[in-house]
Design a protein around this ligand. Structure first.
Ligand code: ZN
Length: 386
């Protein structure tokens, strides 16, 4: 007999019906999300909770009146927008499908508070940092910055039972040591230097195990786990230390998806899965061992590797990494030569075998490390890198 699909995964199947099509790509600022925030529907409460260093508003979205309180925040790092796109999609699902059994369940069992863009100044400048050039995820102990204080104030007043800390990760990460990109990664931060597994940490490990069990269906082999070195300056570690199960979500690379539009859907699935695990306590049937079975992330990827290329008469591999640059409100990906060596033992999201043929820059000069190469000459033919 066919097993009945869990209600949250049924909602994921309707993704195309609730995705915000006008919000796309990597560059996402407060101006892009303002219209959406002002039209979240009657069941959702939008609150202004503070301002950034440059005076941009910081909001929370609030849904449900259940006993279990979940606090989530996204774009604490301004250039990490995938989870914000996913959050907006989820709130549009809550608005569009008010009678869906999963939406009903969230409404009754959970109070969900989300700060969709904690660092609007960094979002505008497309940088990890805030306007004072501080990494907010290293400011949890000192609390020097306005944005860090806003988050702490929400944490203290809302008194959550769970926290979701939402981020993007670079394309360099593999899920384990096999050639699979880490499309999604998770971590339950440590609570102390000894990385002890105390009760609240056990709970978040089980919630993550429950999420990854659901997500295997979408991205088998492409889910990783971060190592848990303790840092009290990190927000997740601080909240975990205070006994609140905290889960770090990292949106990562999916094949040919540099705008993270495919990953966006899997982040939606992961967050819905986390909400479901908490609302229905399905996490209780998972174990700490299940969490440790998730392969640990490694830095094993370049964006492009040209294999067996002839440069200055020698056969080499050429590793290229895309650097992101904001130009005219769009993100350009600049393919930058990182390494030219006889044999590069890394994976790449795109590999080209040059079969010993000569590789030169498009102006016919020799290729060097740190060159930016959108196109190259391979045996006198133009090869487009991106
Ligand atoms: Zn981040």
């Amino acid at each position: 007999m066919k097993q009945k699909q869990p209600v949250h995964l049924d909602l994921v199947e309707k993704y195309d019906q609730f995705k915000n099509e006008e919000i796309r790509g990597r560059y996402l600022t407060y101006a892009h999300i303002e219209k959406f925030l002002k039209d979240v529907g009657d069941d959702c409460d939008l609150k202004k909770i503070g301002e950034s260093v440059q005076g941009a508003p910081i909001h929370s979205l609030n849904f449900g009146s259940g006993e279990l309180k979940i606090l989530a925040w996204s774009q604490m790092h301004g250039n990490e927008s995938t989870t914000t796109k996913a959050i907006l999609d989820i709130f549009s699902a809550l608005k569009k499908f008010p009678d869906h059994p999963f939406v009903q369940q969230i409404k009754e069992k959970i109070s969900f508070r989300v700060i969709p863009m904690l660092n609007p100044d960094g979002a505008k400048a497309y940088t990890r940092l805030n306007a004072n050039k501080v990494d907010l995820n290293r400011d949890a102990f000192e609390l020097q910055e306005k944005e860090s204080k806003v988050l702490r104030q929400e944490f203290d007043h809302f008194d959550p039972d769970f926290c979701f800390n939402l981020h993007d990760q670079r394309t360099i990460f593999s899920a384990g040591s096999k050639p699979f990109p880490a499309t999604l990664s998770f971590l339950t931060p440590a609570m102390n230097q000894d990385r002890e597994i105390l009760p609240s940490r056990t709970i978040s490990m089980k919630v993550i195990a429950s999420i990854t069990n659901d997500l295997k269906k979408f991205v088998p082999n492409q889910i990783g786990r971060y190592d848990d070195a303790y840092n009290i300056n990190c927000t997740g570690d601080t909240f975990q230390t205070r006994g609140v199960p905290t889960i770090l979500f990292e949106a990562g690379h999916y094949n040919n998806d540099y705008n993270r539009e495919t990953t966006r859907k899997y982040v939606v699935a992961a967050i819905l899965s986390g909400l479901n695990a908490i609302a229905t306590k399905t996490w209780e049937s998972f174990t700490v061992e299940d969490y440790f079975k998730i392969p640990e992330n490694q830095k094993l990827f370049y964006d492009v590797i040209l294999r067996n290329a002839r440069v200055k008469g020698k056969i080499v591999d050429i590793a290229i990494q895309f650097k992101e640059q904001l130009v005219d409100e769009k993100i350009n990906f600049l393919p930058t030569v990182e390494k030219i060596e006889p044999s590069i033992i890394f994976y790449a999201h795109k590999e080209v075998n040059c079969n010993g043929d000569e590789v030169k820059k498009i102006n016919e000069e020799e290729l060097h490390e740190n060159d930016i190469v959108n196109k190259i000459f391979l045996k006198s033919e133009v090869l487009i890198i991106i």
